[in-house]
Write a protein that binds this ligand. Structure first.
Ligand SMILES: [Zn+2]
Ligand SMILES: [Zn+2]
Ligand SMILES: [Zn+2]
Length: 236
C-alpha cells in the first residue's frame, strides 16, 4: 500500500501528489516540494538534513506519471503524533467523507480524535470544523448557510445544524448570565431581544409607507402591479 518505488505509475500528476502526501502522512514525515507542475514533481523530506527525496515525471504523450528517482533513507526523527503540513483540507476530506455520509452527526471533536488515533495527525479544532462544513456542502450540494436555512427540508439535519450553529454562536461564559447588548437587560441576547424585533417591524412599516407607484403616485403597490392603467409619461 504505502510504498513508493522507482517505475511505479500514476494516472496523472495529481494522482501522484495525492499518493505521495498520503504516504508521507502515513510514514509521519513532512514534504517540501521543490517543483510541482503538470509535467514533473520533485519533493524532499522537510526535516533538516534528511537526504530522502523523490522525483516523478509525465510520460510522453499521456497523462501518466512515473517515479523516476527515489533517493536516500530517512535519517530524520519522526514523532508518533504531531501536526502535519500536508494534512490539508483535501486530505482531511478524503479521510472523513464516507464517515460523514454514514453519520452526519460526526463531530469535529471526533474527527480530531480519529485522525490522531489512526494517522497520528493532530489538527486544530477550527480545521476539523471547517472540514465538516465542507463535507456537508459536498454531500448536500449547497453552501453551509443554505443547509442551515433549509434544515427542515433535509431529513435528519436538525442535529447537524444545531452542531454547526453551536460553533458559530458565541457561547456565554459559564456562570455569567446572558446579557443583551441592545436593551441592556439580562436573560436574553440581541438575537432574541424584543427591542430589535420592534425596531425591525417599525423599519418595515416605514418602508411600506414610503412605497408608492411611479405611475399613479398612489401608495401600496408599484408600477408593475399597478391596476390604474395610466400610461407612463415617457411612453407618450
Ligand atoms: Zn526524513
Ligand atoms: Zn434585549
Ligand atoms: Zn399605480
Amino acid at each position: 500500500h504505502h510504498t513508493l518505488a522507482v517505475g511505479q505509475e500514476f494516472p496523472d500528476a495529481q494522482g501522484f501528489r495525492d499518493t505521495l502526501i498520503a504516504t508521507a502522512i502515513a510514514m509521519k514525515f513532512e514534504l517540501t516540494f521543490i517543483r510541482s507542475d503538470r509535467s514533473r514533481v520533485t519533493a524532499m523530506c522537510a526535516a533538516d538534513g534528511c537526504p530522502w527525496r523523490i522525483h516523478a515525471s509525465k510520460l510522453l504523450d499521456v497523462d501518466t506519471f512515473q517515479i523516476k528517482t527515489l533517493k536516500g533513507e530517512h535519517s530524520c526523527v519522526r514523532p508518533e503524533r504531531s501536526s502535519h503540513r500536508q494534512a490539508n483540507m483535501k486530505w482531511i476530506l478524503s479521510c472523513i467523507m464516507d464517515r460523514i455520509r454514514e453519520n452526519i452527526n460526526y463531530k469535529p471533536k471526533e474527527i480530531m480524535r480519529d485522525l490522531e488515533q489512526e494517522y497520528g495527525i493532530m489538527i486544530p479544532y477550527l480545521k476539523a470544523h471547517r472540514a465538516k462544513e465542507r463535507a456537508l456542502e459536498l454531500i448536500f450540494g449547497m453552501p453551509i448557510k443554505d443547509i442551515v436555512l433549509n434544515q427542515t427540508e433535509v431529513q435528519g439535519m436538525e442535529t447537524v445544524v444545531d452542531d454547526v450553529l453551536d460553533q458559530r454562536r458565541k457561547k456565554p461564559l459559564k456562570g455569567s448570565p446572558v446579557h443583551c447588548n441592545l436593551c441592556k437587560k439580562i436573560g436574553h441576547n440581541r438575537r432574541t431581544c424584543l427591542k430589535s424585533r420592534q425596531s425591525e417591524s417599525e423599519a418595515t412599516s416605514l418602508k411600506e409607507k414610503n412605497f408608492h407607484c411611479m405611475l399613479c403616485k398612489q401608495s401600496g403597490h408599484n408600477r408593475r402591479t399597478c391596476q390604474c392603467k395610466v400610461e407612463p409619461v415617457w411612453m407618450n
